[in-house]
Design a protein around this ligand. Structure first.
Ligand code: TNX
Length: 535
């Protein structure tokens, strides 16, 4: 047996329940991690990366950002793909440095690279290797010996196949560079889907050849009269490619039949006149007026015309063009908060729009309200945005997707809505989802316990939406997303609550705290919540 093998035979759990955790601190928690107690691997001038070139480039950039080291030596870290394991899974084996023999001249190893140890990351596929590299990046720590990686063995695979974040680029526009930065951040937490909310009452943000007036007539607008903008088709392709290189799909949404005031500005024949709902009257929100760009925060006042075939010609055009630009399998058709649409009309509309998308060869996704419609295209995925403890029959509506043989994406608003305030006095965010959302509340929920009768097999995954009524730029996004996005990532990736010692709030807050320096070195302006013991 090798020295490293002997050390690993004495494996101890890397962390315990409770309020403290000894490093290594990985987020989201891996399926299994064991520390050998051996000396750590040392990153040194001689350290180099062998194996998969794409993964090596990702690792080198990460290590350089974190440590300033170039990783341009010959050996030490090997990155490989060995097919056969679960999709997106990976293993990491770190053999610590052989202790320097006191009698060695100068205490230095004779052969460059020798004595520093070895790291082997094995992915079951390119995505798995990419995630293994992200874990490795989190393991790097500054110790008395310089930059080191603790001697651990990790085996890891995701719980859910769909692990998403959503960015609303309609209420406030967020340009290509911001979207790419958000993709980088999300991919680092092993999230693999970026849902882009591309249209709403305020504006339509994706240029389409089939319906050019959409952006021409509406994209200038934003909430509060702030700066507008839109994506050209080339911008969208650029975002899709950036995401794909980080193993993320783009799930684009055109919200229908409500949230369509902007459609009515571009093509007045397609939309009904705005309805002033009780909610708008009660809140004193800016009143929506036909033909006038909307800059307020109200929802539920607009609707496409349901009984006019021109509406369905429009949908065939916009979703048809979108399908041609989108390599991922999903197109999101919206369906939320259609308070301005008669319920029977809403049901009819949702069945038609989901069938248009299915006929394009894509899987439709709809917000959970659409579960009340009979006649949805089979396989339509529902996205649940009720609370962790469902109210108002939202669990019943969401469960209808499962009863029809399809799956759900879980986005319980009082846990994973990244646009909720952290505390009542926070400058950014909203509070409608059961008041402010602390980091602890963002963490303390279990996906299989939200909707009675809906278990892991019925859950496609978890998604954390970022609505942008109050969120104007990347620093606002960072403030709202970090650290709560890490809680959503753990719900999506890690073993269920109770199935791992690491799946406790005490462990999570300690592990997240240990990521502070990495996030800082990556330029992430996280919210330095006082719930987290930041390193
Ligand atoms: C509800 S949840 C909405 C959005 C708002 C958001 C703000 C859902 C599907 N719709 O229109 O932007 O609340 O938190």
């Amino acid at each position: 047996m090798t020295a490293a093998g002997l050390a690993l035979a004495a494996c101890a759990p890397a962390a315990q329940n409770g309020d403290t955790v000894t490093p290594p601190a990985v987020v989201p928690a891996p399926a299994s991690i064991e520390a050998s107690g051996a000396a750590p691997f040392r990153l040194a001038d001689e350290t180099g990366v062998t194996g998969d070139r794409d993964a090596a480039a990702v690792l080198s950039a990460l290590v350089e950002a974190r440590t300033g080291l170039a990783l341009d030596g010959r050996t030490g870290i090997d990155l490989r793909i060995e097919t056969g394991g679960a999709p997106e899974s990976y293993r990491i084996a770190v053999d610590g440095a052989a202790p320097t023999r006191p009698e060695a001249p100068g205490g230095a190893p004779a052969v460059p690279g020798a004595g520093l140890g070895t790291v082997v990351v094995t992915g079951a596929d390119a995505a798995g290797l990419f995630y293994g590299v992200q874990t490795l990046g989190q393991l790097i720590a500054k110790t008395g010996d310089g930059w080191t990686i603790p001697a651990v063995e990790i085996e890891d695979a995701p719980r859910f196949t769909y692990r998403g974040v959503m960015l609303d680029v309609a209420r406030h526009f967020h340009g290509v560079d911001t979207v790419k930065a958000y993709i980088d951040r999300a991919a680092g937490l092993k999230l693999n889907a970026l849902h882009l909310h591309l249209s709403d009452d305020q504006a339509w943000r994706l240029q389409l050849a089939s319906r050019p007036e959409l952006t021409a007539k509406t994209a200038d607008n934003a909430i509060g009269g702030d700066r507008g903008g839109f994506f050209t088709k080339a911008d969208y392709a650029d975002i899709v490619a950036h995401a794909s290189a980080r193993h993320m799909i783009v799930v684009p949404e055109f919200d229908t039949p409500g949230h369509t005031h902007a459609v009515g500005l571009a093509y007045p024949g397609l939309a009904e006149a705005p309805v002033v709902t009780e909610q708008i009257a009660a809140n004193g929100d800016e009143l929506p007026l036909a033909g006038v760009p909307y800059q307020g925060l109200a929802v539920g006042f607009s609707s496409l015309k349901i009984h006019d075939e021109a509406t369905y010609d429009f949908l065939a055009d916009v979703f048809g063009e979108l399908a041609g630009m989108t390599p991922g399998p999903y197109l999101h058709v919206g369906g939320d908060e259609a308070h301005g649409t008669d319920p029977d009309d809403f049901a009819l509309f949702m069945s038609r729009v989901t069938r248009i998308v299915a006929d394009l060869g894509k899987t439709p996704v709809a917000w959970h309200e659409a579960g009340s419609s009979s006649g949805l295209a089979p396989d339509t995925i529902g996205q649940y945005w009720g609370f962790v403890a469902p109210t108002d029959g939202m669990d019943v509506t969401a469960r209808a997707f499962v009863e029809n043989g399809a799956q759900l994406i879980l986005s319980p608003a009082d846990a994973v809505y990244l646009d909720m305030k952290y505390s009542a006095d926070a400058p950014l965010g909203l509070t409608w989802a059961n008041g402010p959302t602390s980091v602890e509340r963002a963490y303390a929920w279990e996906p299989s316990a939200v909707i009675p009768g809906v278990s892991d097999d019925d859950i496609l995954g978890v998604e954390a939406p970022m609505w942008t009524e109050t969120v104007r730029d990347l620093s606002d996004i960072d403030e709202m997303a970090f650290p709560r996005i890490a809680a959503a990532a753990e719900a999506a990736w890690s073993p269920a609550t109770g199935r791992s010692d690491l799946r406790t709030w005490g462990s999570f807050r300690a592990r997240v705290g240990a990521l502070g320096p990495l996030w800082t070195s990556l330029g992430i302006g996280f919210h330095a919540s006082d719930e987290i013991p930041w390193a």
